[in-house]
Design a protein around this ligand. Structure first.
Ligand code: GDP
Ligand code: MG
Length: 439
């Protein structure tokens, strides 16, 4: 397993929390402390750790949605925070079909650059691209041999010059030679120089002349938090497309390296979990964190929460803005939230002057059950168009749902109030823009 120790301590914190009968304040505090300890041991930046655990604690005092326990909520919150520090979205580094994609790999000596070049070449070869590698490292004797050895078995061509001196010329000659037979050419570069300035200058020069589609940085995970200044320096010098974090297998400080790199804003597209040519993995923060936490039903839990969140925000807001706000929408929302809160929350996005009547929100949670039964007793036409509910229909619905006619009328009144507000918002293009911008 990746980052064994960090994973073990995080999952043990979770197991302990889940093993308690109640997740009271003391239990949550202890959980948070254990998460803190685990992350700090993994060399994650102190500031980041404090911020994230503060948010977990704050979340733990929030009201929880129906159908989930306090423990679920705390675990979910920890999961979210971990994803947040690792960068939320996976990068899908696609190559363009029908042309030669040229990538340049940079990174300091020993970071795993050459190995990673071979891994990437094979990765894309298996995806149907014709890969080729150019060795433009004139400092390390044997760099060319290293590539040949790694790639020979896969019939991936390697261009190198035994006595070449000028990396720019080698790179350009290599690209010219491979171009016709390859649609993915990787230029491997040197990592050692007389000093860092000279290295950066060489990379700038190469980037200028080679004009790669993307420059990719390899970083050694064992350097932990130090990955941040390194990533920043390269990014400032040459502009990085993405970063590959190598040697994550058995790196006790891997958590620090990943979070430090993510904090630079340059995405991590792959991680390397071993020195073999197959040990390259597309980096997906969600999957990675699930594995790290080793929490069996995390996927189910996350799905339940995100389902709720979707219902609460996206779908609802879209429905409201598109003008479809039916009793069904309202019921869905009530079921998801158990209260009118979400509508209230949506309204916060709007500038002042559009206050929803207190009445429409107050005490709504107690009414939810009743309202649900009422709406379910209506037929489809009535749900979609409640104005057809005359006194005869109201009587039928009341009977069917075991409530009074007054209750049904009350629901219709609240619904009409909410809907007329929605109509007001809908009329404003500015409001629509603001609202859709938020979801
Ligand atoms: P370069 O100097 O940046 O080109 O680095 P190399 O590719 O030559 O790698 C340096 C050393 O690290 C070699 O011994 C590799 O076998 C090893 N290495 C590279 N990637 C990984 C990895 O993901 N895991 C482990 N354990 N070793 C790696
Ligand atoms: Mg090398």
């Amino acid at each position: 397993m990746v980052l064994d120790e960090l994973g073990r301590s995080l999952s043990s914190a979770i197991t302990k929390l889940l093993g308690r009968t109640v997740a009271d304040e003391a239990a949550i505090k202890e959980f948070v402390r254990e998460i803190q300890r685990a992350l700090l041991r993994g060399d994650v930046n102190v500031g980041l750790v404090l911020e994230m655990t503060e948010r977990i604690e704050k979340d733990a005092t929030k009201e929880i949605p129906p159908g989930v326990s306090r423990k679920d909520q705390v675990v979910y919150s920890a999961y979210n925070e971990l994803i947040r520090i690792l960068g939320e979205h996976p990068v899908e580094p696609r190559l363009e079909k029908g042309r030669t994609n040229i990538y340049m790999l940079v990174g300091i000596q020993g970071s795993g650059k050459t190995t990673t070049a071979a891994k990437l070449a094979l990765y894309y070869q298996r995806k149907g691209f014709r890969s080729g590698v150019v060795c433009a490292d004139t400092y390390r004797p044997g760099a060319y041999q290293q590539l040949l050895q790694l790639l020979e078995p896969y019939k991936i061509p390697v261009y190198g010059e035994q006595d070449g001196k000028d990396p720019v010329e080698i790179a350009l000659r290599g690209i010219a030679q491979l171009r016709d037979d390859c649609d993915f050419i990787l230029v491997d570069t040197a990592g050692r120089h007389k000093d860092e300035k000279a290295l950066v200058e060489e990379m700038e020069e190469l980037a200028k002349e080679v004009k790669p589609d993307r420059i990719v940085l390899t970083i050694d995970a064992t350097i932990g938090q130090q990955a941040k200044p390194q990533a920043q320096a390269f990014h400032e010098a040459v502009g990085l497309g993405y970063i590959i974090v190598a040697k994550l297998d058995g790196a006790a400080r891997g958590g620090g390296a990943l979070s430090a790199v993510a904090a630079t804003g340059t995405p991590i597209a792959f991680v390397c979990l071993g020195e073999k040519i197959d040990d390259l993995e597309h980096f997906n923060p969600t999957g990675f964190v699930s594995r790290l936490l080793g929490y069996g039903d995390l996927k189910g839990l996350v799905e339940r929460f995100s389902q709720m969140e979707i219902e609460l925000s996206k779908e609802k807001a879209k429905a409201l803005v598109s003008g479809r706000f039916t009793l069904d929408d309202m019921l869905e929302q009530l079921q998801a939230a158990g209260k009118m809160g979400p509508i209230d929350n949506l309204l916060k996005f709007f500038p002042g002057g559009h206050k929803i009547p207190e009445d429409a929100l107050k005490g709504a949670d107690q009414k939810v059950k009743k309202w649900k039964a009422i709406v379910q007793s209506m037929n489809r036409d009535e749900r979609e168009n409640p104005t057809i509910l005359d006194s005869q229909r109201i009587r039928r619905v009341a009977r069917g749902s075991g409530s009074s006619e007054r209750d049904v009328k009350d629901l219709l009144k609240q619904f009409n109030m909410a809907r007329s507000l929605m109509k007001k918002f809908r009329g404003s293009r500015e409001l629509r823009r603001r609202m859709l911008g938020k979801i």
